[in-house]
Design a protein around this ligand. Sequence first.
Ligand SMILES: Cc1ncc(C[n+]2csc(CCOP(=O)(O)OP(=O)(O)O)c2C)c(N)n1
Ligand code: SF4
Ligand SMILES: [Mg+2]
Length: 292
Amino acid sequence: MEKIDYRDEGRFCSGHVACAGCAEAISMRVILNAVGEDTVGVIVPSCTAVILGGYPMSSTKTSFIHGTLESAGAFASGVKRALRAQGRDDTTVLCLAGDGGTYDIGLQSLSSAAERNEDILYICFDNEGYMNTGGQKSSSTPHKAATGSTPLGKPTRKKNMIEILAAHRIPYIATTSPSHLSDMAAKVKKAKSIRGTKVIFVLIPCLPGWGVAENAAVKTARLGVEAGVFPLIEVEGGVKYSLTVDQKTRRIDDYLGEQKRYNHLSDEDRRELQEEVDDTWARLLARAEAGE
Ligand SMILES: Cc1ncc(C[n+]2csc(CCOP(=O)(O)OP(=O)(O)O)c2C)c(N)n1
Ligand code: SF4
Ligand SMILES: [Mg+2]
């Protein structure tokens, strides 16, 4: 159990409409707190947009503009330029999107913003599917996971967005999890202090989408980190990889067992997934040890 050093500034309010037990609510509280008051937000269709809601019923004290699903990066770029024209260059532009809006539908606008190295902080709440529309597969959905549109399991692996973004040589990319809230706050604060494009992925176990119990979202996220399925990392300048948690202490079975989306797996499927995680982890370790 982690004791976190945390004082809530109240930027995320009660009365929000996240599913009871969704770890996105806890994450949102920490992220909005860490980003602070001098922030303008951009948000695109996703659970996040529903949770934060629209004015005057919004559950946040931070101002958000609601954009379209395909254009988070472009919206955030425009907001940053408008603020700069007003002499508010130090105001943080925070962009919130889901994995569908990041890995798939908004990838072109994120890539363009990253190529221009726009000064934005982009957070992807990665629940590994199109969840607010009923749980369809996205390109972030992991190999063999069942979704509404891949009921027998997704036949391909999760797209590696870290490597795609690293190829843009942006200053900062990180992953974090609601099971590691101090890590989350520290990474958001670090990203905020850097000029240029920063992207942080937050693992969000989706209760209905993954078939996780209402009281098990944070536990599931922790198992994902400990099994090495969702490594907590930083990538600086697109080349310098470091692992925040450098030990893989569990087998993948502990993580899979918490989720109904993997109920259909055979022993052979489980072995295959373990091999994939081991291989990805070994490559990551080698990169981190090489300092690049
Ligand atoms: C271009 C476009 N296609 C489809 C939609 C419908 N739509 C709204 S939210 C959403 C799901 C987004 O998934 P994701 O970004 O992963 O966010 P989540 O709901 O999982 O939080 C979809 C498909 C849309 N708004 N715009
Ligand atoms: S659908 Fe999933 S990600 Fe969305 S609010 Fe509910 S539990 Fe959270
Ligand atoms: Mg999603």
